[in-house]
Design a protein around this ligand. Structure first.
Ligand SMILES: C[S@@+](CC[C@H](N)C(=O)[O-])C[C@H]1O[C@@H](n2cnc3c(N)ncnc32)[C@H](O)[C@@H]1O
Length: 354
């Protein structure tokens, strides 16, 4: 366990006044639930794990509007990867902390923790104390003064807005989801070749799943109102909001948007699955995520179904898919991305019985 986690666990264990803990993807929790602490987070899997362990935890795109002004004595936050999220939450801390209350920020130097601590000090207009936890890790305590200072610019964190476009449409998105303001190049490559990969015309017919949908780029380009069923799923609250908005704007109100951890809440029965899987979890590369997405594809496809993945070239998707699919075909290797088609999901249960 790293020093940041050890310190966060200690702070959570010792919290005794009304405390808010803001979490995104970066936690390895080892503390029993503390009833003084309310948790808000934007990752469904993290929030579900905390709820299972008895924490009072709610899932949203850091929607803190229901919390009253000056209602917390302590706010704990291990900073997120994206600057607008951190800035927005520092601003929310100004509103939510009572005078004399404390915001504790934890993070590594490379993540900008020292700059964030200074910005938080200016915003909360109280004092700042910093403690070095290890080689690069810091813990900053910023107190809420009587007055309110200038809060850092958060680019209208809560608002969806048009961020990019192609010949087909404009895409709406917001900070808080990965690659929020651009079309992913891997995803664009998958759409360009999807028809060839499947040897069928777009839009796709049948029952289609966009797994890890982000703001919905793949679904919007692969399906339309003629698609029998379209489901988009992600674990990130900001992504789900943006995806719903883009689908509605495209006249796809019938499409379902489902919060799930690598599709775990979905029932099997999809003819087609399109996916640009994540390989980062928080600040680190998480190889298990690819395995979880592949396993979801195996479980959720019909026996005749097909999954089309795009991955960075260094991800050994074909090797990881062996044992889960009988038909694995690398359709294209661009030197940067691979397009991989998976067919004939292997029914692991019936295999085990034979
Ligand atoms: C590389 S992005 C692709 C986004 C979108 N499909 C596109 O093509 O632009 C991967 C997506 O997977 C989502 N994701 C990460 N971990 C997940 C998990 N455990 N369960 C479901 N979705 C997850 C991320 O929030 C992100 O939207």
């Amino acid at each position: 366990m790293d020093q940041l986690t050890t310190e966060l666990n200690r702070l959570l264990r010792n919290a005794s006044g009304t405390t808010l803990w803001l979490v995104d993807e970066n936690i390895q929790l080892d503390v029993p639930a503390n009833p003084c602490v309310q948790v808000v987070g934007n990752r469904l899997d993290v929030i579900e794990r905390l709820q299972q362990r008895g924490w009072q935890a709610s899932f949203s795109d850091f929607d803190l509007s229901a919390a009253q002004d000056a209602s917390f004595e302590l706010i704990l936050y291990r900073v997120s990867k994206e600057k607008p999220v951190v800035h927005y939450l520092i601003g929310e801390a100004q509103r939510l902390l009572r005078s004399g209350g404390t915001l504790i920020l934890l993070g590594d130097k490379g993540e900008g923790i020292r700059t964030y601590a200074k910005k938080a000090e200016a915003c909360l207009a109280g004092g700042r104390q910093e403690q070095k936890l290890g080689k690069d890790s810091w813990c900053a305590e910023i107190s809420r003064g009587q007055a309110a200072g200038d809060c850092p610019e958060h680019q209208d964190y809560t608002q969806l807005r048009p961020v990019c476009e192609d010949a087909q449409r404009q895409y709406w998105s917001k900070p808080g989801l990965f690659g929020w303001n651009k079309i992913d190049r891997g995803s664009a490559l998958l759409i360009e070749h999807l028809s060839d990969m499947l040897d069928t015309e777009l839009p796709l017919q049948g029952s289609v799943l966009d797994l890890g949908c982000g703001f919905g780029y793949l679904a919007l380009n692969a399906a339309d109102t003629s698609t029998a069923r379209l489901v988009c799923s992600d674990n990130n609250a900001a992504a789900l909001r943006a995806c719903r908005y883009n689908l509605d704007k495209a006249g796809l109100e019938r499409a379902e948007v489902v919060a799930a951890n690598a599709g775990d809440r979905l029932q099997p029965g999809f003819d087609l699955l399109i996916c640009n899987p994540p390989f980062h979890s928080g600040f680190s590369v998480d190889g298990d995520l690819t395995d979880r997405f592949l396993e979801a594809a195996r479980r959720l496809l019909t026996g005749n179904g097909t999954a089309c993945f795009v991955v960075n070239q260094h991800i050994p998707l074909e090797r990881k898919a062996a044992g889960l699919f009988a038909d694995i075909h690398t359709h294209l290797d661009s030197g940067q991305f691979k397009l991989v088609r998976l067919r004939q999901p292997i029914n692991i249960q019936s295999q085990g019985r034979s």
